[in-house]
Design a protein around this ligand. Sequence first.
Ligand code: SAH
Length: 222
Amino acid sequence: MDAGAVAMDSEDGKSYSSRKEMWLQEAGEDAETSRDPDLNKKDEWYQNGIKYWTGVEATVDGVLGGYGNVSSWDVMESDRFLLDVLSECMPDYVRGNRHLVALDCGAGVGRVTKQLLLRHFHEVDLVEPVQHFLETARRDLKSHILESNVIQDHSLHRVVNFFATPLQNFTPEPNRYDVIWVQWCIGHLTDQDFVTFFLRAKVGLKPDGLFVLKENVSKCGM
Ligand code: SAH
């Protein structure tokens, strides 16, 4: 994409003539050179993100910005997509003889883990920087697994790790995951931090593992 041709609006309504200018002003990062970023600005960028979510109630409606009602549609489409790619890329998934592990990134209150990932994966890890979201996920997922009749054999489907850290600081264990799922949170990372996270995520994947990025895109405006 021609970065020079794009105008962007930041949360507080400022507009920029290019992606490069936006990142420079907002997060002190020059996305096109390896010039050292302005670390104070970058810190401020990430702190603002956390500050925003810290003030949001720890519910599905909260993490979806008041659009909790889209959750079941979102999960239905993700389910279809996941079944397709797992069947195509991991034939032993279909035969049911593969132990599957997933990572839910920017997991919020564990919505994606609870409604999608736990039904397909034997182990799920969550990474989420906002403490009250992660605590809610921990409580809710524990009772969900105990009560669920969707999950046939509870001992075979469990949440293993709750990592209380932002993605820009997270390094997955090498070769652990069949799927790394990143939904509705990647916009928090600067371009450079996304690229470096992506490279670390690759190491966290099994050789035929999949990196799934689900985001909303718009044809015009923000
Ligand atoms: N993926 C979840 C939550 C989406 S809301 C879902 O679809 O239900 C966006 C989430 O990104 C929030 O939980 C927020 O705390 C998290 N987040 C904010 N900054 C982040 C960062 N730097 N790294 C990872 N997650 C971040």
